[in-house]
Design a protein around this ligand. Sequence first.
Ligand code: XIL
Length: 373
Amino acid sequence: MKSVMGLLAGVLLSQSAMAASDISLKQAYAPHFLVGTALSMAQIEGKDPAALGVVQQHFNALTAENVMKWEELQPKEGDFHFGPADALLKLAEQQQATLIGHTLLWHQQTPAWVFTGPDGKTASKALLLQRLTTHINTVVGRYKGKVKGWDVVNEALNDDGSLRDSPWRKILGDDYIVTAFQLAQAADPAAELYYNDYNLYNPEKRQGAVRIVQQLQKAGVKLTGVGMQGHYGLDYPDLQQVEDSIVAFAATGAQVMITELDITVLPRVDDNAIGADISLNQKLQQQLNPYSQGLPAAIEALQQQRFTGLFRIFLRHSDTISRVTLWGVNDQQSWRNNWPMQGRTDYALLFDRQNQPKAVVKALLNLVDEVKP
Ligand code: XIL
C-alpha cells in the first residue's frame, strides 16, 4: 500500500513539476541557457502579432534574421538605415530579451559597392579596411551596451576547414578575421564577440574553427564564443559529431552557442545542400516537395526525436552552451521553405503555421525535468 502511495505521490509530483515548466521554454531552460529565436522584418514590424506572443512566452534572446546585415544597414556607402534594427531593439527591451547582433562581416548579403573601388575595379586593401572600420564603428557604436554580443565574422571557412576565398580574404589577407574582431572590441569593449559558421560538426571544419579561435587568442583579441549555426536535417548530422565539436570548442576556453537551429523534414536536394550556403537557389521540383498538404505524424515524430536528441546534448554541455537560438518562430517564416529550393513546404521549427506549439515543445519541456539531478 505504502509503495502504491509513494508511486502515486511520485506521479503527482512529476505532473506538477511538468505543469510548472509547461509555462515556457525560456523559463524551463533558464537554469541552463537562453532560448532564442530570429525575427523577420514582417515580425519586427508587428505584422504577425501571434508570433510576437510566442516570442514573449517562450524566447528570451532575439536575433535579426536579416535586418542587421550589411545590405540592410548600409545599402549604399554612408547611407545607414537603422529603422528596422532600432525597432528590433525596442522589441527586445519591451520583452526583456537579450539582443544578439548578426552579423558584421560576411561575404553574403553585403552590397557589391563594398568590394568595388572608385574605378569600378576591386577595391584596394586600404579602402576596404576603411569601409569595414566605418561600418563596425557605426553599427557597434550605435548599439553599444544594447546588443549583448555580435556575430563578428560569419562563414569564413570552407567545409574542409581552410579559409574561404571570399572578397574579404582576397583583398585584406588572412588577418582580416583578427582585424574585424579588433574593431568590434574597440567599438564596444563589453560586448561578447562570436565566430559563427555552419557545418561546424564536420571534423575538418571544426578544426578550422579551432584554428580561428587560436589565431584570435594568440593575437590577444577578445573571442567570447563559437556559434554553431545548426541548419540540420532528419538524417544529418551525426549527433556524436555535434557533441564532439562542442567539446572541442569548450577545450579552447570559448563558449558555444547554437545560433540558427532548424531541422528540415524535406528530402535532400543534393549533397551541397547540407549546411547553409545561401547562394543555392534551385527551382521547385514537386517530387521533392512531398508534404505540401500536411506533415505525416511519423515524420513529425522523427523530427521531434532529432530535436530532443540535440537538446539532450545541449543540456549535457550547458556549462559551455550559453544560448540555443532557433532560426525563426514558426514553420511559415522558416527560410527552409525556400532554401536550397524555392517554394517548398517545410516544417523546420518548433511552432506551426498558426503559431501553435508542435508536440516537440512539450517534449523539450519534459526533457528539462528528466535531466534534473
Ligand atoms: C538567411 C535568412 O533566413 C533568409 O531570410 C535570407 O534570405 C538569407 O539568409 N546563415 C546565416 C543566416 O548566417 O544569416 C542565413 O539567414 C541562413 C544561413
